[in-house]
Ligand binder design. Sequence first.
Ligand SMILES: Nc1nc2c(c(=O)[nH]1)N[C@H]1C(S)=C(S)[C@@H](COP(=O)(O)OP(=O)(O)OC[C@H]3O[C@@H](n4cnc5c(=O)[nH]c(N)nc54)[C@H](O)[C@@H]3O)O[C@H]1N2
Ligand SMILES: Nc1nc2c(c(=O)[nH]1)N[C@H]1C(S)=C(S)[C@@H](COP(=O)(O)OP(=O)(O)OC[C@H]3O[C@@H](n4cnc5c(=O)[nH]c(N)nc54)[C@H](O)[C@@H]3O)O[C@H]1N2
Ligand code: SF4
Ligand SMILES: [Mo]
Length: 696
Amino acid sequence: MEKTTICRLCSACCLVTVEVTDGRLVRARRQSPLPEERQWFCPKLSAAAAITHAPERLQRPLLREGGRRAGAWREADWDEALSVVAERFRSLRHRYGAPSVGWLRGMAADWGAPWDYVNRFMNVFGSPNTIGNGSVCHVAREMAHQYTYGAMTLPQVAESRCLLIWGKNDLNTNPPAAEAILEARRRGAALIVVDPVRTALAERADLWLQIKPGHDGPLAMAMIHEIIREGLYDEAFVRDWTLGFEELRQAASTFSPEQIAAKVWLKPEDIRQAARLYAASAPACLIDGNGLDMQQHVFDDTRAVCMLRALTGNLDRPGGDLLPQPVAARNLQLQERLPADARPITEAYALFNSFHHNWGLHAQSCIPDAVLEGKPYPLRMLVVQAGNPAVTMADSQRVRRALDRLEFLVVIDPFATRTSEFADVLLPACGCFEKTQLNRAALRHNRVVLQDQVLPPLGDSRPDWWIVFELARRLGMQQDFPWQSVEQAIDDQLQPSGITVADLRAHPNGLSAGETRFHKYREQGFATPSKKVELFSPRLAAAGFPGTPCEAGWKQDPVSFAENRSEYPLIGISGPRSNRFTHSQFHRIPALLQQETEARVDIHPREARRLGVDDGDRVKILSPRGEVQMRVRIWDGVAEGCLLLGWGWGETDPAANLNDLTDDGRRNPVTATPSSRSFYCRLLKEQPAAPAATTD
Ligand SMILES: Nc1nc2c(c(=O)[nH]1)N[C@H]1C(S)=C(S)[C@@H](COP(=O)(O)OP(=O)(O)OC[C@H]3O[C@@H](n4cnc5c(=O)[nH]c(N)nc54)[C@H](O)[C@@H]3O)O[C@H]1N2
Ligand SMILES: Nc1nc2c(c(=O)[nH]1)N[C@H]1C(S)=C(S)[C@@H](COP(=O)(O)OP(=O)(O)OC[C@H]3O[C@@H](n4cnc5c(=O)[nH]c(N)nc54)[C@H](O)[C@@H]3O)O[C@H]1N2
Ligand code: SF4
Ligand SMILES: [Mo]
């Protein structure tokens, strides 16, 4: 049997065809409009069978016996496991109040409908503390887009004459997007890449700006400076549709390419050329990515980048950056059921908490604060679903202390993880091909696609939606979870669009919920308070934040531990994602380990010489937070003064847990984002083991 569905082995959400024989996934291939020789390959999908049927998959709920440190698990059936969890929800609420229970979501189970169910569940239970990891993923960036022109844009690569790609590496992270970029190159579109690393994309660029890590805001301001100085902006658009051009011009006045270039490790002429090429090549699109995230200045830096789109008149224009037309859907979250005075533990990040009608809370760093320091009040129980915070959150040692301190921890995951070592209950979630769900990526714009189940759940594992619905019933929420199946819940959510699960199954490649339209702002303005693009944001200024990015001039070094630079002189870069792994996942799948078997640190040849290390050496990398061990690879694709550190290995090799080095002490004041992408560190060559002492 073959069936079309959406792959969720990473967040690219590709449309795939899956072949199933005798209840086993045999093969999966990505759908692509291109002839085979021009398709971009995804190794994770090729390993879909090995991942889905991995011997390590959890097949039964597990309960901890004899206390957390005893390390003994006992298998249980769902009835018993969910009763134990429900009982803890009740007793914590009774003893400390419902907000003492939190729910942390990682990226894996989708940001969409399953996230809505959890919010609904927690809101009805009475806790505002349902928290996603968007402060380090794209949600902080999304807020920057939203505060500038109302929504996160979608690059219109196919019709574009110039692609400016900023901190994104689609060749490794999103094959459909990679194909679109490579096709645009084939038809002659210009390519500018802003990245501290010479990625395969940077290698293909007309112009590669090898920026100093974490310094994207000043670069964007310098490009703005150049575009204004040279009169390359779209005057009519700026006049009619922006607010605060004068403030932006003022703020950019101290960021000329000549003033800024050396501070961001670039040449003034390269900055000028990038600005001119981008501004003069209408239509041009700007693709921003996770290189901007996990930086302390993510919010203002991304706002500055967003402003380039507006100045050049590329917003909502064919070949530019489209403002999405979301599919009409019900908000299932029941926020109104929380008591009016409910205070989330993320209350210090009020604008981030409320910027979007259904993103919910994402300042995940507040969880260890609440558990360890009772700030703003203690969190005592946590459910971790589809995430591995012991490896993926900044300052992992502190995170592990917090996990250990919890009175009760429930983990919902298809695999045992470093995080589940701290769990009291481990619930086996089934994988992406074993369940039906509506993914929010599909609701973001006007095309809806169903992630449709192609296989029965492995063993006794269960879909995330089922686990939440069952838990809700056990806590007496039948009325709020009336659905007998996920299909009913999806139909309910999609009712305003008139699209049903049956329609989607009849059109497995997706259904259009309307025509794509450009220049929508001409009818309704932008979705900001002023209805214009806010180059100056009165909302932010009123809340005490800079109204315009960089208005106070050059900021202090945003790289973590800048104050310790003399002792930790190198900049560690949390490396780009490999196309074989998703964060901490899949490092036990043999087929995916063939090319890369352990964590590497890439070092420029001249830097390696200075440090006295060679290809293949084992080294220690230290920061004020901790240390890791990795193997050296000499590579000139990374700048001198930087160490490019392999990402995601902490699950299988605790000595290579990159987030043991990162800092969670300083955070972006709007979005709670720590600088876990770039941090000062130093390197020590490991001494070969001393020969054993002899006693003759
Ligand atoms: N230093 C540094 N830190 C980072 C990053 C970085 O680049 N550098 N990246 C950041 C980013 S952008 C992100 S998004 C986060 C990711 O952080 P996490 O979300 O914690 O990432 P993963 O390691 O992918 O963990 C996902 C977990 O979900 C499980 N899982 C898979 N499918 C399902 C499912 O269907 N249901 C359930 N219940 N579980 C499932 C997997 O087995 C895995 O244990 O890490 C962030 N942290
Ligand atoms: N194979 C695979 N695919 C994935 C994932 C995965 O783990 N594996 N994760 C998924 C998730 S959750 C996410 S968020 C996306 C992320 O997808 P992308 O946005 O493509 O993220 P990365 O590859 O981490 O980083 C993008 C680029 O930013 C660069 N960069 C690092 N520091 C800086 C900086 O200071 N400035 C600039 N301008 N660039 C910098 C990196 O070198 C890298 O080339 O990928 C998704 N897809
Ligand atoms: S990139 Fe690969 S793993 Fe990620 S969703 Fe697409 S096919 Fe699946
Ligand atoms: Mo992410």
